[in-house]
Each structure stands twice: as structure tokens, then as C-alpha cells.
Design a protein. Structure first.
Length: 54
């Protein structure tokens, strides 16, 4: 997204997103926990269940 709020791009569906400390990945909660690149590519399931990923 641009600083003025335009150019929004949906990268993944889920809840409670959080960035990795180095900003290279995002963890999201769906029915399981998924780790994706910041552009939404390379989704990896890393837990069958969980909540409030950080």
C-alpha cells in the first residue's frame, strides 16, 4: 500500500497477522498457522492449530 492509502494489495486471507522481527515474513492464522513472504508468495503451513501468532 502507498502512504496515501492507495494501491492496496491483498496478500493472504486470515486473521491476526504479524511480521517476523526482520520484516521478511508474515504469519497469519487461518484454520492453521501460515507463514508467507511479504508479497504473499511461498505460503508454508507450520502449525495445525494456534491463535494470536507473533
Amino acid at each position: 500500500m502507498n502512504s496515501d492509502g492507495t494501491g492496496v494489495t491483498r496478500i493472504a486471507a486470515g486473521y491476526d497477522p504479524d511480521f517476523a522481527p526482520d520484516g521478511s515474513k508474515i504469519v497469519i492464522r487461518q484454520s492453521r498457522l501460515i507463514l508467507v513472504n511479504t508479497d504473499g508468495s511461498n505460503p508454508e503451513e507450520f502449525a495445525d492449530e494456534g491463535s494470536d501468532p507473533a
